[in-house]
Design a protein around this ligand. Structure first.
Ligand SMILES: [Fe+2]
Length: 531
């Protein structure tokens, strides 16, 4: 037997090192009984390589997240198959001189050694700084703001909107810039990862384009696959900077699981019970890697993701999940001439429960601005400049019955100051919502701002070739641009201003950011106008 035998366990440190690989963790103080967490692990590689994050802020706290992964891309992420203690601190200052809250969480192997700490008891409407420690290793520092108390008078909120970060198609320069914006929070509308296999080249608008970097595997199906895909994204320092700069409200769209999935259906006709296994892996990995509260803890293939957030008396967010409860896309999910299933009476985007919740919040909200923060476009744009009427069947335009229920309620109740925030399209759009975009009413029902992508689609262009003609046949569409970037919303009681920030390129490190356009909505007037 090896000389390094630990008499308490009959297990050698050398064998531990062999078992856990180069970044082995070993325990210096394991109590004798039970299976307690490793309190003083030693790491041969830095265990906080995936960064830190905060999410879902309320007036007295937020959730803070990290995940121990000394070997991020290895199966088992370089950790022992054992729970490990992670201590955390939340401070009132960046130097951690005044500790407001602290404690210890357990990073469990069942959850990919992630921790989700719900911090409470903090003061409202102010910044805090947080960090973690495992053994003698300390994480980087993150910052998050608590919200103003619900109903309190609030003059201003400033937040970011981002999503769609294809790792291969562009660098995350937009996140580096987002991190410098001094935001109260970020809404992330989904496509945090993409599920496809690694590719060296892709078919860009002007011919083959070489990707700036590559996914490390083929298409992802298993929990280990999804964990590694998240790890590859999360090792990006620009993305880490954006997480560390503000608390995020994250939701998923389709690519966290599979392209254009809805409910129990994928696009390939996989049997529902088989696809549920993939969903279960995807849902677990999403939870493990996101700063979500334990209310979102996966239950099989399901997750409670829709939720609300309120900022004083100024802004009410209803954060929607348009994937999990949706009925199948109409028209075979193919773009083409209008098909009769667009009007299916039993179609659903939100599902009955979420829809009732969303409509109830619309009616009961006392905030000045009522916002749906969600995934797919609500404008029913005609995507064909010719005589045919073509909609994106994966957007709300493919689901006229539930779309009209939602917009009809706003219209009938004469609710004002409703703004919809959207992603998915990999283009920027600003426009107005009507029951029927082809026959708009005199007054729009609400405004919609669609944010482009962080990197998906590569460098992008000012406007896609067919878009000027498409804009000409869609009076409700006020702005379109196809570059990469994010949105910053500056909201006051009088006015909502959406600043579309775009990069000239994302395929090298020197991309420069500019404000491409500022579009505004005045309180009481849903028209989208230049700011
Ligand atoms: Fe996307």
């Amino acid at each position: 037997m090896n000389k390094l035998v630990d008499a308490r366990y009959g297990y050698s440190r050398r064998r531990l090192l062999q078992a856990f690989g180069a970044s082995a963790v070993t325990a210096l103080s394991i109590p004798l009984l039970g299976r307690p967490a490793l309190a003083q692990p030693l790491f041969m590689n830095y265990p906080f390589q995936l960064g830190v994050a905060a999410g879902d802020p309320v007036a007295d706290g937020f959730v803070i997240w990290t995940r121990l992964a000394p070997e991020p891309l290895a199966i088992g992420h370089g950790m022992p198959a054992q729970p490990v203690d992670v201590s955390w601190e939340v401070a009132a200052d960046a130097g951690f001189k005044t500790i407001a809250r602290k404690g210890t969480a357990i990073a469990r192997p069942e959850l990919g050694h992630s921790v989700h700490v719900e911090v409470a008891g903090l003061e409202p409407a102010r910044p805090y700084w947080y960090r973690f420690q495992a053994g003698s290793e300390r994480s980087l520092t993150g910052r998050a703001r608590t919200t103003p108390p619900i109903g309190s008078r609030l003059d201003k909120v400033r937040f970011g909107v981002a999503g769609c970060q294809h790792y291969e198609q562009g660098l995350f320069t937009a996140h580096r810039n987002l991190a410098a914006e001094e935001l109260d929070f970020v809404f992330f509308y989904g496509d945090y990862i993409y599920e496809g296999r690694g590719n060296r080249v892709w078919n860009g608008p002007n011919g083959p384009v070489e990707n700036v970097r590559q996914y490390a595997s083929q298409e992802i199906y298993s929990l280990d696959d999804y964990r590694r895909r998240y790890a590859q994204h999360k090792m990006d320092a620009d993305l880490q900077a954006a997480h560390a700069s503000a608390a995020w409200f994250v939701v998923w769209d389709d690519h966290e699981t599979d392209n254009n999935w809805v409910s129990e259906l994928d696009q390939d006709g996989t049997p529902a019970n088989v696809f549920a296994l993939r969903r279960q892996a995807a849902v677990q990995a999403f939870y493990e890697n996101m700063p979500l509260r334990p209310t979102a803890f996966p239950v099989g293939a399901a997750m409670q993701l829709y939720r609300s957030a309120t900022f004083g008396d100024l802004l009410d967010l209803s954060i929607l999940d348009t994937r999990q409860y949706r009925s199948d896309q109409p028209c075979g999910d193919k773009w083409g001439a209008v098909c009769d299933t667009l009007d299916r009476a039993d179609a659903d985007v939100l599902g009955a429960r979420q829809e009732a919740w969303a409509l109830g919040r619309l009616s009961s909200s006392k905030a000045r601005w009522k916002t749906f923060a969600q995934q797919v476009m609500m404008m029913d744009l005609d995507r064909d400049p010719g005589p045919a009427y073509v909609v994106n069947p994966d957007s709300w335009a493919g689901y006229r019955t539930p779309r009209n229920r939602l917009l009809g309620q706003i219209d009938r109740r004469k609710l004002s100051n409703v703004v919809v925030l959207t992603g998915d399209e990999h283009q920027n759009y600003a426009g107005e919502l009507h029951l029927d975009g082809r026959n708009p009413g005199r007054r729009p029902i609400a405004a919609e701002f669609v944010t482009t992508s962080i990197s998906s689609g590569g460098d992008g262009i000012e406007q896609r070739p067919d878009m000027a003609a498409i804009q000409a046949v869609n009076a409700q569409l006020k702005f379109n641009n196809a570059q990469r970037g994010y949105l910053v919303c500056d909201v006051t009681p009088e006015r909502w201003v959406s600043d579309f920030k775009v990069l000239d390129r994302v395929t090298d490190r020197n991309g420069t950011l500019r404000s491409r356009a500022k579009l505004a909505v005045a309180a009481g007037d849903p028209r989208v106008v230049a700011a």
